[in-house]
Design a protein around this ligand. Structure first.
Ligand SMILES: [Zn+2]
Length: 158
């Protein structure tokens, strides 16, 4: 009998913990700005690319041929995304990187728009659309993160 009570007690405590955790997750989500809130702070071009999944014209972005040493942050929320160490000349017309700052800095989503099957990349912090990742990049990763310059804000290393 005591064992049964103990078991239910433990079960109850566990349930409460799981419950609290999901409430915390929700709170964290609500602290983040919505695209409508960001719209007030960013340019129309930034909004078009970040939250309407637009693409800048090839070879027009300010970071396409950019070679300085530093970090490329999300131009919407300032989250560090890529470093100049992983930037390479891909010839595709957009800044290209073979890996993000950390696996947690970006998110991947399957994108089947425009009659293609691609992997979309978004900022893990503000969900802004950044570009796509392709599997024809250089070693060691073999990946090519093709990113809109408009989605990036370069921070030069001192
Ligand atoms: Zn962001």
């Amino acid at each position: 009998m005591i064992r049964t009570i103990l078991f239910f007690n433990l079960f109850f405590i566990f349930t409460i913990e799981v419950c609290c955790q999901s409430m915390e997750d929700k709170k964290e989500m609500s602290d983040k700005k919505s695209p409508t809130e960001w719209k007030e702070e960013i340019s129309p071009e930034q909004y078009r690319i970040a939250f309407e999944k637009g693409t800048e014209a090839a070879f027009t972005g300010i970071y396409n041929n950019h070679k300085d040493t530093g970090t490329y942050n999300c131009s919407v929320c300032d989250n560090p995304l890529f470093t100049s160490n992983s930037k390479f000349e891909s010839g595709c017309g957009w800044p290209a990187f073979f890996k993000p700052v950390s696996p947690e800095s970006v998110n991947e989503h399957v994108d089947v728009s425009h009659g293609m099957s691609r992997t979309e990349i978004t900022c893990n912090n503000c969900n802004a659309h950044l570009g796509h990742v392709f599997s024809d990049g250089p070693q060691p990763s073999g990946l090519r993160y093709c990113i809109n310059s408009v989605s990036l804000e370069f921070q030069k290393e001192d």
